[in-house]
Write a protein that binds this ligand. Structure first.
Ligand SMILES: Cc1ncc(COP(=O)(O)O)c(C=O)c1O
Length: 405
């Protein structure tokens, strides 16, 4: 038997679920589904049930599952070169950095493997720049409702007790303020402040969009005080909102930008981008990663970005349609408190916990997710069409009509 067959032997649902409990650390509350394959907007489980994917691996599969162009080129790269160390130059890494500079208006990239790592890189870079330039004492102000990852520094940057509890002592140097509140932000800035880090659209926090005036105000404060503005676009970047990066809706630019999730089309990669002057704070040996920027991940990201570039207009159009359909539901069901978002990053806030709705929708053949307890989160692949949205809205309608709240 070949080794691949060995992996896919005995794939019955209950034994995989049992063995998961036996062999994996208990960190995820998973839904009782074992997914086997994906194609475009659909995934299929081991029982042959098909699901229309409205969560995209939490904002990863922006170009759909197993996009044929991606598969073809990644396969070519697999046969060419998978990994070498950053001790050497590799072509895809340089070409990807150049493409990201062109797309973002920033200058330089550092590659890592995840969103948390991209943020670690941003925090380190900001602090190092601050030390070099005499800006603050390394303190980074972050936002309530924000989420930046699960490493120690990024949980310290994420003001949510559940994520921090039991992991103390946490790295210091973070201060939290309410999101979208420019006065509170102003009050909190001191001689210690080196940077401000935020998601232009908070994802895990329940899809909260930064106000236009607010974000402009934050940019102005950073300019006035000479402190760094860091945008975490791990979730809202890569075409999700109808622009390549969410900040491009606001006509301004951060000093440091972090990306991951959809960047690699499913292959893990994170990126920390920065303006030239800030990027200069790193020098050989000051930061690094074994896998970061490896040829396979960089080819995957390059292809993904090229495909996403062609989807941006579609995202704007289809996002407007999706929002309209969800608003119609809101008009009919008073327990829907709010529908908000940009492009294909949409949240529907309920007046009760959304966990059961997610389960019932799953049974109807749709993958959605609930975040911040009450917010149904929709992050479909950017290739979604009206008919798929209509199908989800019909399913939601069926579930909602059975709920008495
Ligand atoms: C805005 C944001 N930043 C950072 C992260 C962490 O990314 P990762 O899970 O790849 O470490 C996430 C993940 O959900 C995120 O949404």
């Amino acid at each position: 038997m070949d080794i691949f067959q060995e992996i896919y032997r005995d794939i019955d649902e209950s034994s995989i679920i049992q063995e998961e409990k036996r062999y994996l650390m208990n960190t995820y509350g998973r839904l009782p589904v074992v997914l086997l394959r994906g194609n475009g907007l659909y995934v299929e489980d081991v029982k042959g049930r098909r699901y229309l994917d409205f969560i995209s691996g939490i904002g990863v599969n922006n170009i759909g599952h197993c996009n044929p162009e991606l598969v073809e080129h990644v396969r070519k790269q697999l046969e060419t070169l998978i990994h070498v160390s950053n001790l050497y130059y590799t072509i895809p890494q340089v070409k990807l950095a150049k493409k990201l500079a062109h797309l973002s208006g920033l200058d330089k990239a550092f590659f890592s493997n995840s969103g948390a790592e991209a943020n670690e890189g941003a925090i380190k870079l900001a602090r190092r720049y601050g030390k070099k330039m005499g800006i603050g004492e390394g303190e980074i102000i972050t936002m309530e409702g924000g989420f930046h990852g699960r490493t120690l520094a990024t949980i310290a940057a994420t003001p949510k007790v559940e994520y921090q509890k039991g992991f103390e002592p946490l790295p210091g140097g973070f201060k939290y303020v309410p999101f979208n509140d420019i006065d509170k932000l102003m009050e909190s800035i001191s001689s210690k402040t080196t940077g401000i880090m935020l998601e232009p659209i908070q994802g895990e926090g329940g899809i909260h969009v930064a106000d236009r005036e607010y974000l402009k105000g934050v940019r102005d404060i950073c300019d006035d005080r000479g402190i760094l503005l860091i945008f975490d676009e791990v979730q809202c970047g890569i075409g999700r909102t109808g622009k390549m990066f969410a900040y491009q809706h606001y006509n301004l630019k951060p000093d440091i930008l972090t990306l991951a999730k959809a960047l690699g089309g499913g292959i893990p990669i994170g990126a920390t981008l920065a303006k030239e002057e800030v990027a200069k704070a790193f020098s050989p040996g000051s930061h690094g990663s074994t896998f970061g920027g490896n040829p396979l991940a960089c080819v995957s990201a390059y292809i993904t970005l090229s495909i996403v570039e062609d989807l941006l207009t579609h995202v704007e159009e289809i996002g407007t349609y999706f929002m309209k359909r969800l608003m119609e539901l809101k008009d009919n069901y008073p327990f829907i408190r709010d529908v908000r978002g940009v492009g294909l990053m949409i949240g529907m806030e309920l007046s009760f916990q959304g966990r059961d709705v997610v389960k019932r929708i799953l049974e109807k053949g749709f993958l959605i997710n609930c975040t911040a307890e009450r917010v149904l989160r929709f992050l479909p692949p950017l290739i979604i069409e009206r008919e798929h949205i209509d199908a989800l809205v019909d399913a939601l309608e069926e579930v909602f009509s059975e709920i008495e709240k």
